[in-house]
Design a protein around this ligand. Structure first.
Ligand code: KIV
Ligand code: NA
Length: 266
């Protein structure tokens, strides 16, 4: 299958079609999601939460992101692989952003990066794009700024909407090929999507964006924690896996595994 590229995503917006992004952090899930037709695999810094077990995305390092990105790139035949710039790896300067993005592409095998930030990061985007790095801008609720934003809260309500739209336009003008909006009112997301030439992706942003994204452990019910309102749960993997593993445990304790069929003969 031929690779999903930027122009396919732009075509979707131009034709009024949709596409789906899903997070991935390892090769086997990447293979499954790719085969299921997901257009973009996001190696999110949410790996900090979903894989490593931190309670925020702040502690994950660039070295760790590179490893997860390699794993996903190894499993993706068709999907575009996008990696997050982790906290502390790009803010200081456009040059730092380029250096980080180049590592995620060169060592990790990503085909694009995603960066959290407002219009104040337009120069960072411009520098990465100049270096040949396709960039997705991430606005609205940006988890790396959790402490600055005062916790997990909807962004862009009321008067804040105009600034968010200006941020989106500035990032687009700096060369971002797509804008992702997290936890914004659906009306604001719709207005911003309409104002932009490039496609948009939403998470907790309603149905008007070109694409949608979810964290896979949330949508497949692997996590123990209560999921946010914007997550639709498509499976209950936590109980499926828990039941299978306790069956295995009982089989071992009772001696019924391994039975003869699992043995080697002389
Ligand atoms: O890291 C992540 O999973 C993300 C998505 C939730 C957009 O940035
Ligand atoms: Na992220």
């Amino acid at each position: 299958p031929s690779r999903i590229r930027i122009h396919h995503l732009q075509q979707a917006k131009d034709r009024g079609e949709k596409f789906a992004m899903l997070t991935a952090y390892d090769v086997m899930m990447a293979e499954i999601f790719d085969s299921a037709g997901i257009e973009i695999l996001l190696v999110g810094d949410s790996a900090a939460n979903t894989v490593i077990g931190y309670d925020s995305t702040l502690p994950i390092t660039l070295d760790e992101m590179v490893v997860f990105t390699k794993a996903v790139a190894n499993g993706a035949q068709r999907a575009m692989v996008v990696a997050d710039l982790p906290f502390g790896s790009y803010e200081q300067s456009p040059a730092q952003a380029v250096e980080t993005a180049v590592r995620l592409m060169k060592e990790g095998g990503a085909q694009a990066v995603k960066m959290e930030g407002t219009a104040q990061y337009a120069e960072h985007v411009r520098a990465m794009v100049l270096a040949g790095v396709p960039v997705i801008g991430h606005i609205g609720f940006t988890p790396q700024s959790e402490h600055a934003l005062g916790g997990f809260r909807v962004q862009g309500r009321g008067d804040a909407m105009a600034q968010m739209k200006a941020d989106a336009l500035a990032l687009q003008d700096a060369g971002a090929f797509c804008i992702l909006m997290e936890m914004v009112p659906s009306t604001a997301a719709a207005e911003i999507d309409a104002a932009l030439r490039v496609p948009t992706i939403g998470i907790g942003a309603g149905a008007s964006t070109t694409g949608q994204v979810l964290v896979w452990q949330d949508m497949l019910g692997l996590g123990a924690r209560r999921t946010p309102r914007f997550v639709k749960k498509y499976a209950d993997l936590r109980s499926v896996i828990g039941q299978a593993v306790s069956e295995y445990h009982q089989d071992v304790i009772s001696g019924s595994f391994p039975s003869e069929e699992y043995e080697f003969k002389e």
